[in-house]
Structures are given as C-alpha cells and as structure tokens.
Design a binder for this molecule. Sequence first.
Ligand SMILES: CC(C)(COP(=O)(O)OP(=O)(O)OC[C@H]1O[C@@H](n2cnc3c(N)ncnc32)[C@H](O)[C@@H]1OP(=O)(O)O)[C@@H](O)C(=O)NCCC(=O)NCCS
Length: 163
Amino acid sequence: MYQLEQETPADWWEVEALYDLCFAPGRTALSSYRLRDGVPTVAALSAVLRDPEGPVAAAIRYWPAEVAGHDVLLLGPVAVHPTRQGEGLGAFLITETLREARNLGWDRVMLVGDAPYYRRFGFRKLEDVVMPPPTNPDRVLGVALTAGAWNGITGTVTKARGA
Ligand SMILES: CC(C)(COP(=O)(O)OP(=O)(O)OC[C@H]1O[C@@H](n2cnc3c(N)ncnc32)[C@H](O)[C@@H]1OP(=O)(O)O)[C@@H](O)C(=O)NCCC(=O)NCCS
C-alpha cells in the first residue's frame, strides 16, 4: 500500500533526488524549467507516494503557466522510482491529481512528454500551443478538464502572471 500525500517543503530535496535519478542529466536545462524558475508549485496538486518503509516511490509536481493570458496547469515532472515502475503508480498519481485539479477549478492541463504514455489520460497534441524552444512540438500535449477548454487557445506558453 502506498500513501498519497501532498508534497511538503521537507520533501523537496528527496523529490529532486528522485527526478535526478529518473531523468537524463541536464533536465533543468529544458525549456519547461524556464517557465518554473522563481514560480511556486501548485502546492495543492504536488504530491508524493511513499512506500511502507517511508522513502518516496513516486512524485508529481504542477506549476501554473499561461497561454495568451489564459491560465494553464503545467503537469510535471512526474517520476516513479526505477524499482517501482510499471506497477501503476504513475497512472495513479496522474489520475488522482487531475481529478483534484478539476475539483479545484482548473480548466486545462498541459505537459511536455511522451504521447504514447499520456494518451491514456486524455492528453492530445496541442497543435497551436508553442513551448519555448528547444521543444519537439509533437511532445506538447494537453487535456481539457472542462469541455472545450483548449478551444481557440493559441500562442506561446509563458510564465504565470506576477512570477
Ligand atoms: C513514465 C513514468 C512516470 C510512468 O509511470 P509508471 O508507474 O512506471 O507507469 P504505469 O504503471 O502508470 O504505466 C505502465 C504503462 O505505461 C507504459 N509506459 C511507461 N513509460 C512510457 C513511455 N515513456 N512511453 C510510452 N509508454 C510508457 C508502460 O509500457 C506500461 O504500459 P502497459 O500498461 O501497456 O503495460 C515512469 O515510468 C517514470 O518515472 N519514467 C522515468 C521518468 C520519465 O520518463 N517521466 C516522464 C515521462 S514523459
């Protein structure tokens, strides 16, 4: 049994270590990180799964961002410890937090990731939404939490207002 918990400030470096383990070196050079620089996470949606012995087995964070003045929720990074991958933890974290995002009133979520994985959660390529370069446009994906929430939304993803 895993415990789903909101990430606390005390978890920050343990989650960073998990991301370092799971992603290629230089992950913070990705353009998505420029949207996060100096911007607090959406704390209510950033979560960890702990295994019975206590270490973090999986983690997900969210940041606010904007496209042409519209609020968007930026999903990621999400990672599952290599010894726990393929057990459904990633799917559980994503499904639970997307449901909570809808409950909290978010309309649309986007990410940069592998379409073959995220398709199962409803994510599709965002044809008219541009991430700061260098980003492969085929990896820019979105899901609407309310009907038609991505309709007519075009432009470059920018940092959340006031950030
Ligand atoms: C990607 C990740 C979050 C998925 O979490 P997970 O708990 O391992 O995966 P789940 O148990 O939810 O789902 C497993 C399924 O996803 C598939 N899958 C996993 N990663 C995939 C990927 N990058 N592309 C396509 N399919 C993928 C598996 O083949 C498996 O398919 P099946 O259900 O048909 O057997 C996790 O493997 C991970 O942390 N990977 C390294 C970090 C990373 O790449 N994160 C971001 C992905 S863009």
